[in-house]
Design a protein around this ligand. Structure first.
Ligand SMILES: Cc1cc2nc3c(=O)[nH]c(=O)nc-3n(C[C@H](O)[C@H](O)[C@H](O)COP(=O)(O)OP(=O)(O)OC[C@H]3O[C@@H](n4cnc5c(N)ncnc54)[C@H](O)[C@@H]3O)c2cc1C
Length: 326
């Protein structure tokens, strides 16, 4: 099934015109998505609209819901593999990037890059978001994932999230009610293409500290990442979740002798076995096939069933596909 055939029941020309008239945002038809993800794979969105502020974000979500249109949120695309067949309905690229320091709190719209949150709060002499430097995603994506690194995570510092709920109302939900666990939140358990709850903004509660000391911690994190992660090459970060106990996913993959394993343009990184890197010619199918192979090999070698950390977005119907990419 091609993207064009699958979307033939949607009148994309009419819908994109309506989005322009009602929301005031341009919606591109059959828009390539690979370049909006860190893995650099995947087919087109039926419709792609960029929300540059929280007002546009709310309006686009309400439009999709009112029309019963499949709706997919995309932050920095740093935790996803988008199908080569693309994504049906409307993809909203979240670029609402307003932020401010409010006393000891940092208030961010959903599209604020976490690395920027880390440096802005450092300059304000507020500690707690240093780990954001290691997370190449947005504040909204970080809340969704309960992203974390270097012994810290979103759950530890999130005071509340502003959430647009399915009935169109908006709620300020305390962090304690968001179901946070290891790389987990209640947002992760919804349908990626019909999310009931969308994160519009976040308020982080931080601690005053010396800007110089925070800067030293940011420098340490930068050095650690350079030394341990394959940066500058397309990837989706950690491919699998770490098991609750025992060796990490990376250790299990390395012990199974899988470093350097390849499927098409996708390779298990030599630098960090839990990263899959794309030589820029890889397809989403290459990545998924390699992840399937890694899973099977680790079951075989260690009896452990690894669970993907990366989310597969879009049309993956009928996977595994025979033969070529799509
Ligand atoms: C090189 C590299 C290193 C990484 N290191 C780390 C690390 O150290 N720690 C860590 O935790 N993660 C890490 N990651 C993973 C990733 O950066 C995080 O999971 C991040 O939080 C994802 O944010 P995003 O904006 O890119 O989300 P996306 O990948 O764009 O989206 C992920 C999911 O969240 C949903 N979503 C996005 N925005 C919203 C919103 N506003 N409301 C509701 N749902 C939303 C999407 O629909 C999708 O299902 C790394 C990734 C890479 C590529």
């Amino acid at each position: 099934m091609t993207a064009a055939a699958a979307s033939s029941d949607l009148d994309l020309v009419a819908l994109s015109g309506e989005i322009a008239r009602r929301v005031g945002v341009k919606a591109e038809r059959n828009a390539p998505l690979a370049k909006l993800t860190t893995m650099r794979v995947g087919g087109p969105a039926d419709l792609l609209a960029t929300a540059h502020n929280a007002f546009e974000l709310r309006a686009l979500i309400r439009f999709a819901r009112a029309r019963g249109l499949p709706l997919t949120l995309l932050g920095r695309g740093s935790n996803v593999v988008i199908s080569d067949r693309g994504v049906r309905g409307l993809v909203v690229h979240v670029r609402a990037e307003g932020s401010r320091v409010d006393g000891q709190a940092y208030v961010a719209e959903a599209g604020v890059p976490m690395a920027r949150a880390a440096t802005e709060t450092q300059r304000a002499g507020l500690s707690g978001l240093e780990f954001g430097l290691a997370v190449p995603g947005t504040a909204g994506g970080a809340v969704w994932a309960n992203a974390g690194a270097h012994g810290a995570d979103v759950a530890a510092v999130l005071e509340s999230a502003d959430v647009l709920v399915a009935d169109g109302t908006e709620a300020r939900v305390p962090g304690a009610e968001l179901g946070f666990g290891y790389r987990d939140s209640r947002f992760k358990h919804q349908q990626p293409e019909a999310p009931d709850e969308v994160v519009i903004g976040a308020r982080f509660r931080l601690e005053p500290a010396s800007a110089d000391e925070i800067k030293a911690r940011l420098d340490d994190i930068r050095r650690w990442r350079q030394a341990h992660q394959p940066l500058g090459i397309p990837s989706g970060g950690s491919s699998f979740r770490n098991p609750a106990d025992g060796p990490s996913a990376g250790e299990l993959i390395e012990a199974a002798g899988l470093k350097g394993s390849q499927e098409g343009g996708a390779t298990v990184s030599e630098k960090h076995a839990n990263f899959i890197v794309n030589d820029r010619r890889g397809t989403a199918a290459d990545v998924r096939r390699l992840m399937d192979r890694v899973r099977a090999a680790v079951v075989e070698s260690a009896g452990v069933e690894l669970v993907p950390e990366i989310v597969f977005l879009g049309d993956w119907g009928g996977w595994p596909w025979p033969g070529a990419a799509a």
